[in-house]
Design a protein around this ligand. Sequence first.
Ligand SMILES: *Cc1c(COP(=O)(O)O)cnc(C)c1O
Length: 406
Amino acid sequence: MIKKNIPFSPPRIDERIIEEVVDTLRSGWITTGPKTRLFEQRLSSYCGVPATVCVGSATAGLELMLRWYGVGPGDEVILPAYTYAATANVVIHCGAHPVLVDVGNDFNISLSEVEKALSPRTKVIIPVDVAGLPCDYDDLHNLVNRSDVRAFFRAATEEQETLGRIMILADAAHSLGAWYRGIRSGKLADISVFSFHAVKNLTTAEGGAICLNLPAPFDHARLQEYLWIFSLHGQSRDALAKARAGNWKYDILMPGFKCNMTDIQASIGLVELERYDDDMLVRRRDIFQRYAKALEGLSWASLPVFETDLKTSSYHAFLLRLQGIDEEQRDRIIQEITGHGVAVNVHFIPLPMMSWYRNMGYRMEDYPTAYENFSKEISLPVYYDLSPDMQQQVIRALTQVAGKAL
Ligand SMILES: *Cc1c(COP(=O)(O)O)cnc(C)c1O
């Protein structure tokens, strides 16, 4: 067998995608327009939510929703120490304080740690569905709805008054297509935000979507309209409407952001979504199962959880842990695997290890499980075009290197 270099997570770009993008390029309309609106409708039906708004990234989506909820100076937002920086950076952008908490053995935010971190300043909790495995949403909802927790919630805006409690804003960057108790990711929190960045399960090169799932009496159609405007300079009429003859007048209703999705991006997303369940997820599940089968029973391999009675992952990333090693050994093992032409990764370097957050005063020692998970973790390649032969090469490189070291 010829050894190939195996990348970590290249996007699936085939003729179908290229044709759809070319169709947009030839249509005369390349920015936000009919394809973005159609993609939003398809995402809403896929997730079973009343409304979706597509934006330029998950980061932008998370920040828009924090700002919509009125999160600002003096407020706290609880999120896991084990996540990508986007989850915390958006809190800082808003002038609020990120309260980092430790995670569990499954890499997801720990409910008991969330409970300890609650304060009268808590406005939002951002759970992260790490690697595509949904968090414990029933427990989260029970917690924010508990009468003693509701009693110390201090509403400072109309939106906060209406919800009357801490908002659950899911960072669902990894979990499109995942299930929790028969409900899809997107419908598991008050608001969920997906990422369509190039390395994610479904990509639009860059992009994101906000799925709205707020309780009554929130008006989702009105909120969707508001977010369309909020994500485009607060302009009362979008570019497509303005482009129609005689329709040149517009107003600025607020100093909005500029993070709308383009129809070029949406055209990629439409093709991706159409074949997501029957093709992409099937392929990723096969890859997960082959890794699990090859590695289970090896004393040093600790496999990630991806299917339980309650949860089904979106099979975004295969977070393997190597038992009995420390961070330095892990780094050396990664280097050796790379020498075999196999790209692996680490999800994630915890936030307290990043300069900015360390300088804010966060200490890695305060997040022992996050550190434990991180120091032993190696993410294996998972992507559509990873053939069984290539996967064999990954497994061989891994078992050779790890088997020798352990
Ligand atoms: C990728 C990612 C994001 C950011 O997504 P963008 O679309 O790149 O803004 C946020 N959170 C997590 C956990 C991610 O992995």
